[in-house]
Ligand binder design. Structure first.
Ligand SMILES: Cc1cc2nc3c(=O)[nH]c(=O)nc-3n(C[C@H](O)[C@H](O)[C@H](O)COP(=O)(O)OP(=O)(O)OC[C@H]3O[C@@H](n4cnc5c(N)ncnc54)[C@H](O)[C@@H]3O)c2cc1C
Length: 493
């Protein structure tokens, strides 16, 4: 009889880096393959990034767009989830090294799918991030929610004290791509609709919402006509659109911008939101150094037409990390790339011929501007208004992971779009300040947690010292009692 353990160790090992669109869809596509999949990711959830702005503006809860990956994969026996930030990939040794709070794990692979995505880019001005958070994670969205709703609270306080509150009621979104447009539209709806009856000292409808970009048009990938339509819709909502303006400085109380004619202007604003650029995961650089594959300016790695790395057919890179045929950084590129890689791995194990180069099928793009208003591009079709908005609704319902999340998201959309409420307005001090506070610690959260072994050693030392102290105290107590200095003297009892 064969030894099941021996069979298990002999299984083809696939390591997947990342639990985003590429990572999760790649892992799921391997569910029937004779492989053992380890998905290593630095968060415990899968994140539906396109709806982050709705968490930031109180429409959806974080749980609805970020289901736990363990739960999603619980019925896939050949997949396991490993928490950790991948810090190194050794292509020679075929290992992936990950860390979490000082704990290191080395995972060996036979095939590797790298889907570590991209982070926010401040175009070399990383210090802007302190006062202009980006929108790439649940932490970012909750921080922004706290900052946006918090600004209205501070304005109410300021108005009661007779202070100048213009900077508190001015919101600036940098970047007029889909994320910036959606964010600006939602803040305008908050100010003009949702919050209009909730404050006493301020009129939230007087809030300024500004969308600015260095590009000459809104939504550049959607073409000029849809861009102009989106701009007009935003302006109808009360959003001020400033184009051709490059941000040159950001501080606690404002943002400075420079126009093409050399003019420099400053906007007094406390709440700045950065939706302007992306930089691929630094793992791209690690892989480029080991293979000689080129990196573009956004840190994306050039891959072979079959998404593998030069000289390493066992390593696939997918999604936002790749530079191939000008593919856009969108969810479908990651999903289709990951499914392609999974199919190739399974096909190789079954002795099948290679599939041929990866071909991206463009299913279209869309951006929502406000309730019942969106723009969409599907093939040659250009749609606007309610039809585009209904399409947006349908597509997002299909792609939100899990039935539970779909039902609750639909309910929350009804609350926000049919009514004027927002179901998720809770904000906390920690959400607003934790990122900056952690950044000021030398090693972030790791500074707050003991290294493995260090806790036990420290505790043992404390216990020994404490025991000696306690024994000395007990001896002293006994001496005092024996000498009659303790308790009630016998003659007074
Ligand atoms: C705010 C926003 C709105 C968007 N809107 C749209 C939209 O409307 N339509 C659309 O098609 N696309 C949209 N996108 C783009 C889309 O989300 C991305 O193209 C897609 O997520 C890329 O998938 P990916 O798997 O490459 O990366 P991601 O989905 O970003 O996944 C990366 C994963 O890798 C993990 N990771 C990163 N580094 C490490 C590491 N060192 N170790 C371990 N794990 C790591 C991350 O935690 C994450 O799980 C939007 C993006 C953002 C930020």
């Amino acid at each position: 009889m064969s030894d099941p353990q021996a069979q298990q160790t002999a299984a083809h090992k696939v390591v997947v880096i990342g639990s985003g669109f590429g990572g999760l869809f790649g892992t799921k596509a391997l569910r029937k393959a004779p492989v053992e999949v380890t998905m290593v990711a630095k968060t415990t959830h899968h994140l539906f990034q396109p709806l982050l702005y709705q968490v930031a503006t109180g429409i959806l809860s974080e749980g609805e767009i970020a289901p736990p990956t363990r739960e999603v994969l619980s019925s896939q026996p050949n997949a396991q989830v490993l928490l950790g930030e991948v810090t190194d990939v050794d292509l020679e040794a075929r290992t992936v090294t990950s860390h979490v709070l000082g704990r290191e794990t080395v995972s060996r692979y036979d095939s590797l799918i790298v889907a570590a995505g991209a982070a926010q880019s401040y175009f070399g001005n990383d210090h802007f991030s302190e006062y202009a958070p980006g929108m790439k994670s649940i932490d970012d969205a909750l921080e922004l929610r706290g900052r946006i709703f918090g600004a209205f609270e501070m304005a109410e306080l300021g108005a009661n004290r007779g202070d100048d509150i213009d900077h508190l009621l001015t919101f600036v979104v940098v970047g007029a791509g889909p994320t910036g447009v959606e964010m600006a539209g939602q803040i305008a709806e908050l100010a003009h609709r949702t919050l209009k009856r909730d404050f006493r000292a301020i009129n939230t409808r007087e809030a300024r919402v500004i969308l600015l970009d260095a590009a000459p048009q809104v939504l550049p990938p959607f073409g000029q006509k849809l861009g102009e339509k989106a701009k007009a819709e935003l302006e109808k909502l009360g959003v001020e659109v400033i184009l051709g303006a490059m941000v040159t400085d950001v501080d606690e109380r404002g943002i400075e911008m420079k126009f093409k004619d050399g003019r420099v202007e400053r906007i007094k604003t406390v709440t700045k939101i950065w939706a302007a650029g992306v930089q691929a995961s630094p793992l791209g650089k690690t892989l480029a150094e080991q293979t000689g594959a080129p990196l573009d300016r956004a840190g994306r790695i050039g891959v072979n037409p079959d998404l593998t790395l030069p000289g390493h057919p066992e390593v696939f890179v997918v999604g936002d990390m790749i530079a191939l045929d000008n593919l856009p950084g969108v969810a479908q590129v990651a999903i289709q790339g990951a499914k392609y890689a999974a199919k190739e791995i399974e096909g190789r194990l079954a002795g099948k011929a290679p599939q041929g180069p990866f071909k991206y099928f463009d299913k279209g793009s869309m951006a929502i501007i406000s309730r019942f208003r969106a723009v969409a591009m599907v093939g040659k079709l250009r749609l606007t208004g309610v039809i585009a908005w209904l399409m947006w609704l349908a597509v997002h319902l299909v792609y939100i992971t899990g039935f539970k999340s779909r039902v609750t998201a639909l309910l929350h959309w009804a609350v926000s779009f049919l009514g004027r409420g927002r179901s998720e307005r809770t904000t906390t001090e920690q959400q607003i300040f934790a990122r900056s506070a952690l950044a000021r610690l030398r090693r972030g959260a790791t500074d707050l947690v003991s290294e493995p072994g260090a806790y036990d050693a420290a505790r043992q030392m404390m216990e020994t010292t404490r025991r000696e102290e306690l024994e000395a105290l007990a001896l002293e107590e006994a001496r005092l009692t024996d000498s009659g200095a303790r308790g009630v003297p016998a003659e007074q009892r």
